[in-house]
Design a protein. Structure first.
Length: 100
């Protein structure tokens, strides 16, 4: 049985469509979840004026269920889009998954 992980990527609104296009082009990715979220930070230097007033920055969270041996390939494809923006990601082991 293949090990499965959840690859989570936090993306600013301006890069959402580029990441969607990248993920949709990858044959090993059967789908993903996308959630709009608000990011809070004590470092406001990257916030624009309205974000500084509101106190948060708008982001999208991508959650991709992927076999663990495909994570490096996924990061390779995302790197040209994400590297300049220094986007945060993390990988979480999945102990069980399936369909009902």
């Amino acid at each position: 049985m293949l090990e499965v992980s959840m690859f989570t990527l936090i993306v600013p609104v301006t890069l959402k469509d580029d990441v969607v296009d990248c993920l949709m082009s990858l044959p090993k990715i059967s789908g993903f979840n996308l959630t709009k979220m608000s990011g809070y930070s004590k470092e406001h230097s990257l916030y624009d004026i309205s974000e500084q007033v509101e106190g948060y920055r708008a982001f999208y969270q991508f959650d991709i269920l992927i076999t663990s041996n495909e994570i490096n390939a996924l990061k390779h494809h995302l790197k040209p889009i994400c590297q300049g923006a220094k986007l945060r990601y993390w990988v979480t082991p999945v102990t069980d998954n399936g369909h009902f």
